[in-house]
Design a protein around this ligand. Structure first.
Ligand SMILES: C[S@@+](CC[C@H](N)C(=O)[O-])C[C@H]1O[C@@H](n2cnc3c(N)ncnc32)[C@H](O)[C@@H]1O
Length: 276
């Protein structure tokens, strides 16, 4: 059936909106499908294209841009990671990984926990042969701290093309098979079967765009175990009741499932290990 005049206008407006957002240096690397999805929600709510462009940028900031600290110098970071990896000095390489992780506020919060985080939450599982890192940010830089089997498959998804290009180059330095890709996990949840999926501090972001995202994603992810976590403080540092609220919401999401849930509490992060 041909598009109605109304939907043709909307499609044209949506194309204009995506183009207008993509010219902004802050959003030029965001995958266009994600901008389109947010843009169509905003066009339906706002009075003008200009308002919808502004609202789309605000939303992209809330769910992605706000976590990035300053400009990303991927080429410089990769150079340092490569040099320290080739030097054979593991301490230097781990320090370089930590310096890069400090540029994404989500991974930065985990730096002080890195020695315990994966060892504690994944204790008792055999070395992981495959991992899916959903809305990964810079978390793949923590791979050296994870109990992975040699040659493990590591799949990572985030909305930024330049970030995932960097992550692919970084993972090529490690004795694993790394596959990072840009995409919107709300529109296409990665389907591969993995030993463990990480959904770290991600559900609150996704639910800002789609309230039903949490339940859908937990159901759809094809993993034996999931690590699902929540921040204990907001980006602004407020923490009153946050962990308790997130825990109550998470418990509701899994209430009618026969999944086994283990709880871990760290100073900055509340983690649930779900075994399906
Ligand atoms: C709070 S950060 C968490 C990053 C990482 N999981 C961690 O804990 O270190 C949220 C991440 O989700 C990404 N993101 C937001 N919406 C997304 C979507 N619809 N699809 C894929 N990634 C998304 C953002 O770019 C950001 O890197």
């Amino acid at each position: 059936m041909a598009d109605s005049p109304q939907s043709q206008i909307s499609n044209l407006q949506l194309d204009q909106l995506v183009d207008a957002v993509l010219v902004s240096p802050k959003y030029q690397s965001v995958c266009p499908d994600f901008i389109r999805s947010i843009g169509s929600q905003e066009l339906a709510k706002r009075r003008s294209l200009k308002d919808a462009v502004k609202a789309t940028k605000n939303k992209l900031h809330q769910v992605g841009g706000a976590y990035l600290e300053g400009e990303a110098h991927y080429a410089v970071w990769l150079d340092e990671l490569r040099k320290t990896s080739q030097s054979g000095n593991r301490g230097d390489f781990l320090n370089a990984c930590m310096r890069v992780m400090s540029r994404h506020s989500s991974t930065r919060e985990r730096l002080a926990l890195l020695d315990r985080f994966y060892a504690t939450t994944l204790a008792g599982l055999p070395p992981l042969r495959s991992v899916l890192d959903v809305a990964c940010g810079l978390n793949p830089l923590a791979i050296p701290w994870m109990p992975l089997a040699e040659n493990a498959e590591y799949y990572a998804v985030d909305i930024y093309q330049d970030m995932v290009d960097f992550l692919n180059r970084f993972m090529a330095l490690l004795p694993i098979q790394g596959h990072a890709q840009a995409g919107d996990v709300l529109q296409a949840c990665p389907a591969q079967l993995v030993d463990v999926a990480f959904v770290l501090k991600t559900l609150p972001c996704l639910e800002q765009v789609d309230k039903a995202a949490g339940r859908r994603l937990l159901d759809a992810i094809n993993a034996d175990h999931l690590l699902v976590s929540f921040p204990v403080h907001s980006l602004g540092g407020r923490s009153k009741g946050m962990a308790a609220n997130y825990e109550a919401r998470f418990r509701k999401l899994v209430a009618d499932k026969d999944w086994v849930v283990k709880r871990f509490e760290f100073a900055t992060e509340l983690v649930f290990r779900v075994s399906k």
